[in-house]
Design a binder for this molecule. Structure first.
Ligand code: GLN
Ligand code: ZN
Length: 769
């Protein structure tokens, strides 16, 4: 028996972010389009060959993208809004980049398509826009070109497409509304896919992979019919003049138990199931409905979302379990490997005893091949396999010893540790008095512009060109200057500016026990932007105070209230690679205790307002609503309360969130029991304000009064109008006035005038009250 292996997709940015570098140089005018194309071609070749030599049978093609695969899909379906067509570029790449980033130049001035988070990952896709007059038809030859390009290199690939159901569910109208799935549109989209499938049959491809991650979400009325009507037109197209291609319907990031019966009856040639995130439900569905005799199950056992080694014994057990229902089981990655770094090669600073526990994309390709080979062995063969023995050794015993002090602290927690006293209403009254703040207090979110000289100073310290004392002196000067200017323009609650922080998560990770850092483990976040999350390796605790000296220094330089600035436990975990040997809940609690120590030390050092940022709270909210509470919010929200529950009533706790999409979890956010929250409200603002109003939101709130993501300087008048809008929906006693996020990415030139207008607007509204 030979077991088929499949990789759903491979990272395209390159081992050393070659794609990022060449595209960014092209944008700056320092490289030509031909150079971009040639780097892209050599990256594709390298990635295909690497998978071929690892023995993968079904290697993806068309998983490459200059910017985003959803954008490529929109272009392939000819869903290119008129405003981009009118720019009339000579090269398709130029139109693509205009859609991705906007365009301002001699041909016109257009904004980019909106960008959204790709399911629960930190990858962002461009939201396709379908105009009413759009003609959906096959546009361009990208999937065929890349398939033939691989073939010319001697690699037979499996072309990958984002499926029509996922495309239609994620695309929007020009008004940013969900599409009306009229039959004309549905048929037109299905027909393009049918045409593509037929073309691949004619080209002689053995398989086409169609990704439908949207199938793992809760279904709305009409969804199943939509799915069926699309595939009723696509499946018959498998046979062309010259041959037949098999269709692998691939699902990931969760289970499809609610449509499994329908999908199974349709008789796809292959069905990809996520056996990490959707394991139990997917297995139960197979148990219940069996497997269509026409279908090979692609067992998604190799996790495309983590950096840890696969537990081969567990994966083999899953495959054996599937084989009780069907003989046709292929071994696959659970999702594309796009969401993991390239390779552990070169991370030598971590040491072999650490590195052997990690599998990035290259290593995961190897794991896929290993597991398939092992699954071909009988019990005796497995028992003597050195590969299996070596893998088992990684999981035998404990990878890292528990920290007894952390264990003891967690065990000693009781319900009261998660509840702050007295009740919020009373605290808010006492705080107003103790802090002496006016109505509509003004503040900022924490960071001030991180200019080049600040980053240069950090690099000098890292390279040993300056000593700690010189670095500290430089930072203190920056803090002094920042405080002086905040006083000058008349802000009420000041901040020190966060100049000493490289990143709001990495900075804390570097100062906590239990974290590891890589040199080159970048993951694409959007377009050419990549992130390098730290790794949670062991039990987390705080060795020493982290921010206390900086905040205390800043407070000593002003009579105003100085706000201390921390990152919350949920956000630290969501923007790191979490452990798998203990639950996310437990890791978050460890982090919560560490940050709690910092909160209490800040309070003891005389800091009276402390902000605990939970920018990424929504990021890991489960895809299915029925899981929201029991799988996430029920522990994430209490973990936040644990951080601040022990402070004095007069110490004011703030939090900040980076998005306005929280109307559906508004009560949970209130249950964090912060005294004040600031959040983004530049778009979708009215909906959130209505939600705040309707929920009787008890937390004082600062819905951002201007958008810091744009260099535009808002006028005093427009901020005043915004405040008036807010006051229509909120009790004036509960309103704070602030920008909608940190100012770190902005320049000085726009920051100060904007804040001057903000303060002036608040004063002028106050005068009218
Ligand atoms: N305090 C952080 C800052 O101002 C918050 C950043 C964020 O919300 N992403 O930069
Ligand atoms: Zn923010």
């Amino acid at each position: 028996m030979t077991v088929l292996t499949s990789v759903a997709g491979f990272p395209r940015i390159g081992q050393n972010r070659e794609l990022k570098r060449i595209i960014e140089s092209y944008w700056k005018g320092a490289a030509t389009l031909d150079e971009v194309r040639s780097t892209a071609r050599s990256l594709r070749a390298r990635h295909w060959q690497l998978q071929a030599s690892a023995g993968i049978d079904l290697i993806a093609s068309n998983d490459f993208s200059y910017y985003d695969q959803m954008l490529d899909t929109a272009i392939l379906l000819n869903a290119i809004p008129q405003r981009y067509r009118r720019l009339a570029f000579d090269n398709p790449e130029e139109t693509l980049f205009a859609m991705a980033r906007g365009y301002q130049g001699e041909r016109g001035d257009v904004t980019a398509l909106p960008m959204k988070k790709w399911f629960t990952t930190n990858y962002h896709y461009l939201v396709p826009e379908i105009e009413p007059q759009a003609t959906i038809r096959l546009n361009g030859t990208k999937p065929f070109d890349e398939y033939l390009e691989a073939r010319s290199l001697g690699v037979e690939t499996k072309p990958v497409l984002i499926g029509p159901y996922t495309f239609l569910k994620l695309a929007r109208t020009p008004q940013a509304e969900e599409l009306d799935y009229d039959q004309g549109l549905v048929n037109a989209v299905a027909d393009v896919y049918a045409q593509i499938v037929t073309r691949f049959a004619e080209l002689g491809a053995a398989w086409v992979q169609i990704d439908e991650p949207y199938l793992v979400l809760d279904k709305e009325p009409g969804d199943v019919e939509l799915f069926k009507s699309l595939y009723a037109r696509i499946l018959p197209a498998r046979t062309g003049k010259a041959g037949t291609v098999r269709i692998l319907l691939n699902t990931y990031f969760g289970h499809i138990a609610d449509v499994y019966e329908t999908v199974n009856l349709l008789g796809f040639d292959g069905l990809g199931l996520d056996l990490n995130e959707g394991r139990d439900e997917n297995l139960a569905a197979i148990e219940r409905y069996g497997v269509n005799s026409a279908t090979t199950i692609f067992a998604g056992v190799v996790n495309g979302r983590n950096i840890w080694r696969n537990d081969y014994t567990a994966s083999l057990a899953l495959i054996d379990q599937l084989r009780e229902h069907t003989a046709d089981v292929a071994v696959s990655t659970a999702s594309s490997l796009l969401h993991v770094p390239f390779s552990t090669q070169g991370e030598d600073a971590l040491g072999e005893d650490v590195l052997r526990h990690f599998a990035f994309a290259v290593e995961k390709v190897g794991e896929t091949a290993d597991i398939a080979a092992l699954s071909e062995l009988d019990a005796a063969g497995r028992a003597t396999s050195p590969v299996l023995a070596a893998n088992r050794a990684l999981f035998d015993g404990t990878r890292t010893a528990a920290d007894p002090a952390v264990v003891a602290r967690l065990a000693a927690l009781n319900d009261a540790d998660f509840v702050r006293q007295p009740a919020r209403e009373q605290r808010q009254r006492e705080q107003r008095e103790a802090l002496g703040l006016p109505l509509l207090p003004t503040t900022t979110i924490g960071s001030f512009p991180q200019t080049g000289d600040i980053r240069a100073e950090r690099a000098k310290l890292r390279h040993g060109d300056i000593d700690q004392a010189a670095y500290d002196a430089f930072m203190k000067e920056r803090i002094d200057e920042c405080i002086r200017r905040q006083e000058e323009i008349g802000l009420d609650v000041l901040v020190h500016g966060e100049f000493e922080r490289n990143d709001m998560v990495e900075y804390f990770g570097q100062n906590l026990n239990g974290f590891l850092f890589t040199r080159n483990a970048w993951v694409q976040s959007y377009g050419t932007r990549c992130v390098k999350p730290p790794i949670v390796w062991g039990d987390v605790s705080r060795a020493n105070p982290i921010t206390v000296a900086w905040s205390a220094y800043a407070q000593s330089r002003t009579d105003h209230v100085m706000k201390g600035m921390l990152t919350g436990p949920v956000t630290i975990l969501n923007w790191s690679w979490p452990r798998e040997d203990i639950t996310n809940e437990e890791q978050t609690r460890q982090l919560a205790l560490a940050i709690r120590d910092e909160v209490l030390d800040l309070e003891a050092a005389g800091i009276r307002v402390i902000q605990i940022d939970e920018a990424a709270l929504r990021e890991k909210l489960p895809l299915r609503r029925s899981d929201w509470h029991k799988k996430y919010l029920d522990w994430a929200i209490p973990a936040f309360r644990l951080v601040h529950s022990a402070v004095k009533p007069t110490t004011q706790i703030h939090t900040h969130m980076c998005y306005s999409e929280f109307n559906d979890i508004i009560r949970d956010i209130d249950a964090m029991d912060a005294d004040v929250i600031s959040f983004e409200a530049s778009r979708g603002d009215l909906v959130v304000l209505d939600a705040i109003h309707d929920a009787d939101f008890a937390t004082e709130a600062g819905p951002g009064v201007y958008d810091i993501h744009s260099p535009r300087i808002p006028s005093e008048q427009e901020i005043e109008e915004r405040i008036d809008e807010i006051l229509k929906k909120m009790d004036v006693e509960k309103v704070w006035i602030n920008p909608d996020c940190g100012l770190k990415t902005r320049g000085e030139a726009e920051t100060w005038p904007s804040l001057e207008h903000l303060v002036a607007a608040a004063k002028s509204v106050r005068a009218r009250l």
